[in-house]
Design a protein around this ligand. Sequence first.
Ligand code: ATP
Length: 348
Amino acid sequence: MSGIEIRNLNKRWATFDAVKDVSFEVKPGTLTVLLGPSGCGKSTTLRLIAGLDAVTSGHIFIGGKDVTVQPPAKRGLAMVFQSYALFPHLSVAENIIFGLKVRRVPAGERTRRLKKAADILGLGALLDRKPSQLSGGQQQRVALGRAIVAEASVCLMDEPLSNLDAQLRHEMRKEIRTIQQALGMTMVYVTHDQIEAMSLADQVILMRGGRIEQKAEPAGLYVRPATSFAARFIGTPPMNLVSLADGPAGAIIKGSAGPALVEGKGDGLSLGLRPEEIRIEPDGVVPAIIRGIEYHGADSILECAVGDQILQVRVDGIRRQSVGDQVRLGWLPDAMHVFDEADGYRAE
Ligand code: ATP
């Protein structure tokens, strides 16, 4: 099994730095997700690892070998892209083994690998069909089949599920994770979908503006975001952020919860509270008025006005409040995340 190590990677397009000093490690047999908003450099990073684009500076090691200037075919990896890139005139079976034919893998070996991939993916009955006769999920399986028959220990995936509907995405996500673990693949997976990242990854690399904002296990990213950007990127609805420096909302919270907060350090800081960690309770310290209720079934999101700011509060699905109600909000000291407003970093 091969791991991946990225050291001080940079990519410049003309005058634009798409990837800036990116370093991380992917342990053998684990799955790392590159996550971030559109344009943050995650696909570029993946393409550099694949060898599809040349690095401006930095080094890429796969299985301990420096592959920075090696062509893609010499890097021993498989790739799955958003567009499945299936050949319309070839059957499912031919599509799956296409790469093996190119690499002149003997026919017997091709058949063995095809059977194994078809078994894993449940494609056995579809091998003679053309891609146009398959559903989106089945086409995605064929693309995965190609990665499986390559028997590469490293697999790169760029938004492989983005063409599928929500239900199918969920199923395929579980399937990819199962296959990755069963085959012990080392995988780098690009997505802008935080749920996909949180549910798939051993490690999440959150990128922003070409740089790594935070790298952590999913739970670490959620429980202890390093910056206010990371805090707001993960979680739906996003974490509430209240400036403590000025403004009525900050003043109310400082006035009511101040002592429990970071004493004397209110200025220049913002307070982060996840919607599910704010509670509506009779002895809550912060007064608020309900401005809106979004009913989801299992839960509801209350929009609670505190001074000039709306705090989103997640409650259970039972309707206990109405718009216009005056309520009191409370939270445990542990629920508070405090960030420096100037640079966005966690202030602890
Ligand atoms: P998305 O989720 O939208 O694909 P991303 O995070 O994968 O976004 P990249 O595709 O890595 O982002 O692009 C990062 C930045 O580099 C973008 O601003 C993009 O416009 C720029 N870029 C990408 N490829 C090129 C290129 N061939 N020439 C010039 N600029 C490029």
